[in-house]
Design a protein around this ligand. Sequence first.
Ligand code: CMC
Length: 433
Amino acid sequence: MPTPPSTASAQLILDGTSYELPIIVGSEGERSIDIRNLFNTTGYTVLDNGFKNSAACTSTITYVDGERGVLRYCGYAIEDLAEHCSFVEVAYLLLHNKLPNQQELDDFYSLLGEFALLHEDMIHFFDHFPAAAAPMSILSVMVNSLVNFYPEMSDNPRENLDTTACRLISKIRTIAAFSYKMSIGEPLVYPRHDLSYCGNFLNMMFDRPVRPYTVQPEMERALNKLLILHADHEQNCSTSAVRLVGSSGGDLYSSISAGINALAGPLHGGANEAVIRMLEAIHADNNDYMKYVNKAKDKNDPFRLSGFGHRIYRTYDPRGTIIRETCDEILRILDVQDPLLEIAKDLEEIVLNDEHFARRNLYPNVDFYSGIIYRALGIPTTMFTVMFALGRLPGWIAQWKEMHGDKEIKIYRPRQLYTGSPARAFVPMEERT
Ligand code: CMC
């Protein structure tokens, strides 16, 4: 995207010399000091661990206001999208920066249907993973391998991007469901043309020759909502990984595969699984919340309350609000009594009323209640982060696409501040102590 015009400048004085740095203003009034020429003009770099202060790019896709708890995709409020749209509609929105009309949506659906099968040779890949293989590593391998079976992306990345995007969005769901079926030793269930995106996924996961599965509309709606809420979140860790690999000229499949690996970590998407493990541990400890709360406060203990905190939000994560409501609703509709829901609510109450956490602006994030919904849908804990990846995929692709259309983008290559040894004389082996 072209950089928005500067409206003011910042003055930087280094070694007695004054430099004017342009200030760029985003479309929501966010201000950014433009340091793109800083090194060339001053010889200085900036040190910014974890990129807490650095905007890596301009983007028109997602807007987050962490102070007010606002999240919008392409200008549309997340609350409206979650209430009124299908996940496929939102995927289209992210990829094309516009809501589809009926014809565009129908065409998009039929392409997704067309691409839902997985090359049969790829099914044999699943045979060779150990039974306990981590589903996110399987997903990453399978997605990375797609380029060998559907190489059009390497031949002409720009021209074939929309087709590849559909292929990927459709096939990732088949890969996820197949890997689950293989892990439990059940026959694969193939995608059907008469089911929706989410309905198809649930059917591929849970249909069995001995007990045919009927997709419950309430479950389909809940899953749809969850996927929408996960669909994009600007320059988070996994999206940055996707952009980073893409910036070197890496193809879409390998970039997405990198995103999947970044998402798997427990500080990022892996938190949804970690939350359930933590709530189960609290349950097994006779609801001894304070043990976990005190561990989280202890500076010498690496333990953190999974599902709390966020780099950007200083208030309740708007996705968390919707997920909490959906959680109550779906458990009521399905008549599921999950003791973990009560534990989660009690823990939330304790954290929100504790001064230590309040000072650090720690609120439940998107991952805190999502796992309880997945459990109610019958999805096993080990698959939770795969569900996050399914949701996040359109966002990753949209960000990759945006980057490739951005003339100002360079290969991602941060600098460092070297703090190692100064130059020293080489020591031959016989003189080393
Ligand atoms: N439990 C206890 N203390 C916490 C937590 C937590 N979950 N999160 C942050 N803090 C404390 C942290 O110890 C630090 O305290 P102090 O200033 O005394 O050192 C302070 O809050 C700031 O933390 P930080 O690590 O500098 O913040 P960050 O922006 O680098 O980290 C985070 C953000 C999401 C990695 C972190 O909040 C965290 O580890 N949360 C738990 C994992 C989690 O739920 N991740 C999902 C994030 S949302 C979805 C996604 O992006 O995937």
